[in-house]
Design a protein around this ligand. Structure first.
Ligand code: KIV
Length: 285
């Protein structure tokens, strides 16, 4: 049985910490699921960590559906949350509903996530009324990066902090089952977490949120050039991959790969028969 939103809400009540991790493909989803992580987000960070864009803005619904399907095939126990891309839920409520439905119907996800607070609350309410669980996302919402003027900590002034509290409450009132708090001061995240009945899931929001989310590439050290401040590298996959690939490259060049172990044998008499026959040019057959 997959994790459901009631279990996630109960985790807050019981004081059990919630873990969420992103995934974009079948094999990674399988590994995360086998570890027992209850929430997998097919984030639109896909655009940056898989597709090589500079931001999440170019990501399309079709990109997201394609990757959501792969994750759903890989993870059988976690709740899969599809991240709605830029402008797919803000033009009209009708469009938002259709796109949210695609994640569930085509993608096989169990919930969606979207960015924004008070401004998207009415849309969240409609999506929830249609039976689709919604996770909110406030603070440093990467789809608004041009509006923010860069990746900056949010909620640092009294007015900005008060706005974030209102945004979080608006999402709860609209029926969201949880809210991601991204890159906000830890004490503010703690205050929001205390005020809400639904769980907060932090990323760069300190230790007092009900749960934590990370981009899987960040915690695995898949980059050589950039480590976000909020991420801890639990391994250095980039260097592990690089030395394995370099070894393969060297062995092919030196004729050391493949060996008999990676090759397939053939019946000796069949081979002898073939070698006795003169090679026939294809056009004479
Ligand atoms: O797209 C994403 O991966 C996200 C997380 C960082 C919360 O939105």
């Amino acid at each position: 049985m997959r994790t459901n939103i009631n279990q996630i809400k109960e985790m807050k009540q019981k004081g059990e910490r919630i873990t969420m991790l992103t995934a974009y493909d079948y094999t990674t989803a399988q590994i995360i699921d086998a570890v027992g992580i209850p929430l997998i987000l097919v984030g639109d960070s896909l655009g940056m960590v898989v597709l090589g864009y500079e931001s999440t803005i170019p990501v399309t619904m079709d990109d997201m559906i394609h990757h959501t399907k792969a994750v759903v095939r890989g993870a059988k126990n976690a709740m899969i949350i599809g991240d709605m891309p830029f402008m797919t839920y803000t033009v009209s409520e009708e469009e938002a509903l259709r796109n949210a439905a695609r994640f569930i119907q085509e993608g096989g996800a169990q919930a969606i996530k979207l960015e924004g607070g008070v401004t998207v609350a009415a849309t969240v309410k409609r999506i929830v009324e249609c039976g689709i669980p919604v996770m909110g996302h406030i603070g440093l919402t990467p789809q608004s990066i041009h509006q923010f003027g860069g990746f900056r900590v949010q909620g640092k002034t009294p007015a900005a902090a008060a706005k974030l509290i209102r945004d979080a409450q608006a999402l709860e009132e609209a029926g969201a089952f949880s809210v991601v708090l991204e890159t906000v001061p830890a004490p503010l995240a703690k205050l929001i977490t205390q005020r809400l009945h639904i769980p907060t899931i932090g990323i760069g929001a300190g230790p007092d949120c009900d749960g934590q989310v990370q981009v899987v590439h960040d915690i695995l050290g898949s980059y050589t050039d950039f480590v976000p401040k909020h991420a801890k590298q639990y391994t250095h996959l980039a260097s592990i991959m690089s030395s394995a690939i370099a070894e393969y490259f060297a062995e092919v060049k030196a004729g050391q790969f493949p060996t008999a172990q990676q090759s397939f044998a053939m019946d000796e008499s069949l081979l002898a028969g073939l070698t006795r026959q003169p090679a026939t040019p294809i056009h004479e057959k």
